[in-house]
Design a protein around this ligand. Sequence first.
Ligand code: MIC
Ligand code: SF4
Length: 656
Amino acid sequence: MGQTLTEKILEDHLVEGELETGEEIGIEIDQVLTQDTTGTMVWLQFEAMGLDEVQTEIAAQYCDHQTYQFDFKNTDDHRFLRSAAGTFGAHFSRPGNGICHNVHRENFAAPGKTLLGSDSHTPTPGGLGQLAIGAGGIDITVAMGGAPYYVEMPEVVNVRLEGELPEWATAKDVILEMLRRLTVKGGVGKILEYTGPGVETLTAPERMTITNMGTELGATTSIFPTDHQTEDYLERLDREEEYVELQPDDDAEYDDEIVVDLSDLEPLVAQPSMPDKVVPVSEVTGQDVEQVIVGSCTNGGYEDILPVAKMLEGREVSMETETIVAPGSKQASEMLARQGWVAEMMAAGVNFSEATCGACIGIGHVPASDSVSMRTFNRNFEGRSGIEDDNVFLCSPEVAAAAAIAGEIVDPRDLEDELDDLEAPGVELPDEYDGSKTDLIAPDEAVDDELIKGPNIGDVPIRDQLGSDVSGEALLKMEDNITTDHIIPATQDILMYRSNVPKLSEFTLSRVDETFAERALDADGGFLVAGENYGQGSSREHAALCPMYLGIEGVLAQSFARIHRANLFNFGIVPLTIDEETYENIDQGDDIEVVDDVYDAVANGQEEFTVRVNGDYEVTATLDASQRERDILAAGGKLSWTKEQAEGTGAAPADD
Ligand code: MIC
Ligand code: SF4
């Protein structure tokens, strides 16, 4: 039987297990990336595990989320990260050099290699044939220490692309169409492998828009085969020697197939406030737009901004609409500036920003109350823009530019009919990506050789071994699709405490219930109850670390998002699955008691747990976990487990 491309790369990196769907596999990691808001914990954990040198081929530390450094705590984080990269042997990308995924794809992403990153959009270079997975920080720490990464072998789904995109339809519309069809949980437990004749019609950057936003489907990752488009992109980056031809076998067998005919696509938007609320832009035209932002790791590349610049050339943006362009990398800004496009955009009324995540997580450019913001980003979860009850639409750069010109949501095809000389800009790659590399510091150029910790850099909390009795109040009951932005928001006022868990914990679930953190601390233990897809979104392990710090011992949910589920194990919180009826019957404030000896049951492979509610009736909850996950949970989390192992064997700490 032939192999899928996913299986080929996994087989090349397999160190444990078999490539059978649902089985746990261990794979070797070639590259890791981390960024400023997850990176501080990564390096603190690296230090706490007694590791002293990065073992992967490439490790890269980016400073991209909070580059404005509103507070000395952000700047201290960046200084600490530079010192950690220097001390332990990672590349360091300075604040302002760009978003991790953009800078990584420009400099390091390579076909056939594995990449693990502490950011949920790590799958971006899947568009270059790299097998790239997002994970929690401590998983990155362990992989950087040279240990394999363990993951349940996902289903591999064939997404067969046919036809060719018509004018004004873009790569963003391909992934929005996938979200329309599959929803934000449709990709959980799956790798989406793109195949078919439509693939070669897409340039590598377009493919990376699609793989980037595969994260919003909940997919483990997304990947494209490599071909002349991949080679062409690497050549323009001056890295052609890294090209490898990678294709699935002709008789590869997939777990499922989805067919998307590119020729049928039209400009789409995701309406507020979920990336899967997708409709054709033509269905929502006429709404006033007060803000347009082009940027982010999904559509912040040179190739995304150039069409906007072309559409705005010689025009002015609407008086009612503030238009911001925030490039994904400094290289993109520099090239657009040298070619005169930045000046064109400025003359048209664009506010040209530094290369940063910024507004994507509500840091800067917070929309006005009761206003519509059109963004080329990947997430529009409610409140993520920095204001509750926001109205954020997600769209392609072309739809965003059309809205900036018209001052309202408009179908760019109608705008083309209305305006002289407006035509579909299409996709154009530069002859060469020739931006300077001044802001990327290689390990052999490191400026520091010891850690520099400002007063805000705290210790890594560590939990004791799991107890036999796990009981307490259902402290909070939540609905479906609770995001990590609900659990630990990433807005400016909160983000600066990412290296200070006691302080950060005060904000835990504050977007759902302001009293939660205090109640949890007072209760000294307890449960969270949630519907489907609990913890979707970001990779931030703080969404498990902070509840752990507050004493939360278990989460009862109908289902969990992949990265967050792993983070719960990594921080010693028991993730139990319940059915819909049980979810309906449990109320906030109920007394929950797991009847079994939890330590024994977890450690010894028990799957079904008896949960007594209010001392009154019993329900069943399930723990579906590998033995490795059970051992980690029983030890009180990955850090305790790693330490236990090191002490037990007297050997250097390692993952297995
Ligand atoms: C996001 O897009 O939500 C973030 C901010 O990039 C997060 C990482 C973080 O919370 O630091 C992610 O996607 O993993
Ligand atoms: Fe940054 Fe937004 Fe991309 Fe997250 S999704 S890495 S915040 S640009």
